[in-house]
Ligand binder design. Structure first.
Ligand SMILES: [Zn+2]
Ligand SMILES: [Zn+2]
Length: 356
């Protein structure tokens, strides 16, 4: 236990936007009405943190970083509850859905606080309100998902963003045992896609990346039936692995133009493609690439809180542990090393862990 716990202050990590981490002391918050104080147990680093905050503050609107404590993938234990909480209590293990919405717009009512339309009440943890890179996090009770004992805190932290995002994308395109599935881009989100697609029954599950270290990691983890290196022959290799047809379902987690093109072209007639990777653009020819082959491309952004609950239940049933994708663990005081490693893009998931 840190001395901070016996006092009223704690140290949080902030991202000034020049590829560094800054630590600042801040009061431990007191939960108000409908709020809980969560003792952080795990807080994982997301590709979005690197892309939109760590290197420079490029995010706008929902991705605009407002100088708060970083970290939008937290899990922990409730330390104190404020007045008016109805379901959760002290000692409960929880995941924090990483956006707090207004609760009353149409998107919030669908459970998609990620898409909350309130310009003043929508606040993402780690972007517009304090996040998980601190010993405590103040959260709204309505943003919590119960974390069952079968799952670890690092499992929970990954559900808070990456795994939830992947599960949503796979549900949108509908993945089952009748599908061969391609995942383009094998960062932590792509690895999660391989893991969940296989659990949903897809086979073969094929992964592709340009970075040899990522291919190697996917191989070590045994997450794919086939791994393909990006390049001129990737498309014909994927066709060869699928009887010449291509895959029924593809998920792009690369966010890169050639990756997205491959996801589209490696998908067979009537197939469906989910775009999950953010940023960039894509060049394709609608008629030959999608219209004449009756293909569907769907965009998918994070998930809803009910679907996150559903995923938690399924992870327990499937005996899957998102923590398996974590290749590096750091304590909070070493957060600078953690972000630097993640920014290098050659590792699996990077986790900040507390009290280990
Ligand atoms: Zn994230
Ligand atoms: Zn809303």
């Amino acid at each position: 236990m840190s001395a901070a716990q016996t006092t009223t202050a704690m140290t949080g990590a902030y991202l000034p936007g020049d590829s560094t981490v800054v630590f600042r002391d801040t009061p431990i918050p007191e939960p108000g009405h409908g709020e809980v104080l969560v003792r952080t147990m795990a807080s994982t680093i997301c590709g979005s943190d690197i892309r939109a905050i760590y290197r420079e503050h490029v995010g706008k609107g929902p991705e605009g970083y407002q100088g708060v404590i970083a970290g939008h993938e937290p899990a922990g234990v409730i330390e104190r509850v404020g007045p008016g909480c109805v379901q959760f209590g002290a000692g409960d293990r929880v995941i924090v859905y990483h956006i707090s919405g207004c609760g009353v717009c149409n998107d919030c009512r669908r459970g998609y606080m990620i898409s909350c339309t309130s310009p003043t009440h929508r606040k993402a943890y780690g972007w517009q309100r304090d996040g998980g890179m601190a010993p405590y996090i103040l959260a709204e009770e309505k943003d919590l998902v119960a974390l069952p004992d079968e799952l670890t805190f690092v499992d929970g932290a990954q559900v808070a963003c990456g795994f939830g995002t992947v599960y949503e994308g796979l549900q949108k395109i509908g993945v089952s045992g009748t599908d061969a599935l391609l995942v383009v881009g094998l960062g932590p989100v792509g690895l999660a896609a391989l893991m969940l697609a296989r659990a949903l029954g897809a086979r073969p599950v094929i992964g592709m990346d340009v970075v040899p270290e990522r291919i190697r990691l996917a191989e070590e983890l045994g997450l794919a039936d086939h791994l393909v290196h990006a390049g001129e022959e990737a498309l014909s290799k994927i066709r060869d692995l699928t009887g010449g047809h291509g895959v029924e379902r593809a998920v792009d987690c690369s966010g890169a133009d050639p990756g997205r093109q491959l996801a589209i072209r490696a998908t067979r007639k009537w197939g469906k493609i989910a775009f999950v990777g953010e940023g960039g653009s894509v060049q394709f020819s609608p008629s030959p690439d999608i219209i004449h082959d009756q293909k569907t491309i769907m965009g998918s952004w994070v998930t809803s809180i009910w679907r996150m609950e559903e995923l938690v239940e399924l992870l327990v049933r499937w005996k899957l542990h998102p923590e398996d994708l974590v290749t590096h663990r750091f304590t909070l005081d070493r957060a600078a090393e953690a972000y630097e490693l993640m920014a290098g893009g050659k590792c699996g998931k990077v986790a900040i862990v507390f009290d280990e």
